[in-house]
Design a protein around this ligand. Structure first.
Ligand code: BMA
Length: 366
C-alpha cells in the first residue's frame, strides 16, 4: 500500500496521472504518450475495423485476415481499434455484432504490433433479467445491482468474464497489452438501462466505482485505462453530473453523431466545438487526456464530410483520438470503403496529418 501512495504522489507531482497506482510499464507509457502527443494530430479509430466491412458493391466481407476498410482506401490501418464485449456476460463465443471473442484478442494484438491501441465498450445485457439487452429497461436495474445480493453477484460474475478476456491480452513477450475500457457509455441519454432516466447520479457513480474497484483490486488488472464517455451534454455541470471522480477516470470522452446533413452541418460543428472546448478545459484542470469516443455520419452522405465537418470541428482542439463507429452493413457504416463517395476527401485530410493512422502512431509504448 505504501508503495502505491509514493507512486501516486510521484505521478501527481509530475503533472499527469493515471488512476491505477501501479500500472504496467506499457500502460504507463501509453498513457503518458497520449498526453505527449496531444495537439500533434488526432489518432483515427474504427469500431470492429478488423472484423468485417464493406465491399465496393456494398455487400459485406467478414473475418478476412489483415483486412480493414480504412486500410483498403488508405494503405494504413486505423491507429485505434474499437471493440465491444456485449454478450460476453452470457458466455457466448460471439459478441452482439457476431464478432468472435477469440478473433477480437487477435485483432487487439495485431493493433498493438502495428503501434496502435484498442478501446473496448460493453453493451452488456441486463443483470436483473439477462435475457434483456442494454436497450431494455428494467426499472431500477442499477439500484438492484447495488442492493440486491443476487443481482449484484450475477453482475460481478459477469465482470469475472470481462476480466478473463482482458487477462488474455498478451504481447509475444508475455506482457499484458494495455487497453482502454469504456463502460456504461452515453449515460446522459436514456436508451441504455444505465442511462440518465433509469438511475440517480449517485447510483451511477456507485456502479462505476464498484466496477473499477472490482477490476483493479479483486481481479488485479493493471493494464487497463478507464474512459468516461457521455453522449451529448449541455455544459460542464451536465458533463460532470455523473462523473465518479478523478480517482476513477483516466480519459474524458464524448459520443456524438452527425445526423440530418446537410441542414445540420453547421450546427453539428458548432455543438461539437462547444463540447470539445469544455473537455479541453476539464482536461487541463484534471490533467487527463480527452477523446471523441464515438462519432460518425451514417453512410457518409456528404462527399466532403472530412474536410468540411470533421476538420473544422477539431480545429484548435487536442483530443487524443476519434473513433468512427462500425461498418456494419450497406445502410449502417461510418468509415469510407473502396468506391464510397467520400474516399477522395478522406485521403486529402489524411495527407494534411490532422488525422493519424497506423504509420503515424509509432513509439506510443516507449
Ligand atoms: C449500435 C449499432 C448496432 C450495434 C450496437 C453495438 O450503434 O451499430 O447495430 O449492435 O451499436 O455495437
Amino acid at each position: 500500500m505504501k508503495k502505491s501512495f509514493i507512486l501516486l504522489f510521484l505521478c501527481l507531482a509530475k503533472g499527469w496521472c493515471q488512476i491505477h497506482p501501479i500500472p504496467t510499464l506499457l500502460t504507463k507509457n501509453l498513457y503518458q504518450n497520449l498526453r505527449n502527443f496531444e495537439g500533434k494530430g488526432v489518432f483515427l479509430g474504427h469500431q470492429d475495423a478488423l472484423a468485417y466491412g464493406l465491399n465496393a458493391d456494398g455487400s459485406r466481407w467478414i473475418g478476412e485476415k489483415d483486412r480493414s476498410d480504412i486500410h483498403s482506401v488508405s494503405g494504413e490501418f486505423p491507429a485505434v481499434l474499437g471493440l465491444d464485449l456485449g454478450r460476453i456476460e452470457l458466455g457466448t463465443s460471439h459478441n452482439l455484432d457476431q464478432v468472435p471473442f477469440e478473433d477480437m484478442k487477435v485483432h487487439i494484438r495485431q493493433t498493438y504490433e502495428r503501434g496502435g491501441f484498442s478501446t473496448i465498450s460493453w453493451h452488456l445485457n441486463n443483470p436483473v433479467n439477462p435475457e434483456k439487452t442494454s436497450w431494455d429497461h428494467v426499472p431500477g436495474t442499477v439500484s438492484k445491482i447495488l442492493e440486491d445480493p443476487e443481482v449484484k453477484s450475477r453482475y460481478l460474475s459477469w465482470l469475472d468474464l470481462v476480466a478473463a478476456f482482458l487477462s488474455d491480452l498478451k504481447t509475444s513477450d508475455g506482457d499484458y497489452i494495455p487497453v482502454i475500457f469504456r463502460p456504461f457509455h452515453e449515460h446522459t441519454g436514456s436508451w441504455f438501462w444505465w442511462g440518465a432516466d433509469h438511475c440517480t447520479p449517485d447510483e451511477y457513480k456507485a456502479l462505476w466505482k464498484l466496477t473499477v474497484d472490482y477490476l483493479f483490486q479483486k481481479k488485479k488488472l493493471n493494464h487497463i485505462l478507464i474512459a468516461y464517455s457521455t453522449d451529448v451534454f449541455r455544459d460542464k455541470a451536465h458533463y460532470l453530473e455523473r462523473y465518479p471522480g478523478d480517482e476513477y477516470v483516466d480519459l474524458l470522452g464524448v459520443d456524438t453523431y452527425h445526423r440530418n446533413p446537410p441542414e445540420s452541418n453547421t450546427a453539428f460543428v458548432h455543438k461539437l466545438r462547444s463540447m470539445l472546448s469544455i473537455l479541453d478545459q476539464l482536461s487541463t484542470e484534471k490533467k487527463k487526456p480527452y477523446a471523441i469516443t464515438e462519432t460518425g455520419l451514417e453512410q457518409i452522405t456528404e462527399k466532403d464530410w472530412w474536410s468540411n465537418v470533421v476538420v473544422p470541428a477539431l480545429d484548435g482542439f487536442r483530443p487524443s483520438y476519434l473513433l468512427l463507429w462500425r461498418n456494419g452493413y450497406e445502410k449502417h457504416y461510418y468509415a469510407p470503403y473502396p468506391g464510397q463517395g467520400s474516399v477522395a476527401d478522406f485521403k486529402e485530410v489524411l495527407k494534411s496529418g490532422k488525422l493519424i493512422l497506423s504509420n503515424g502512431i509509432q513509439g506510443i509504448y516507449r
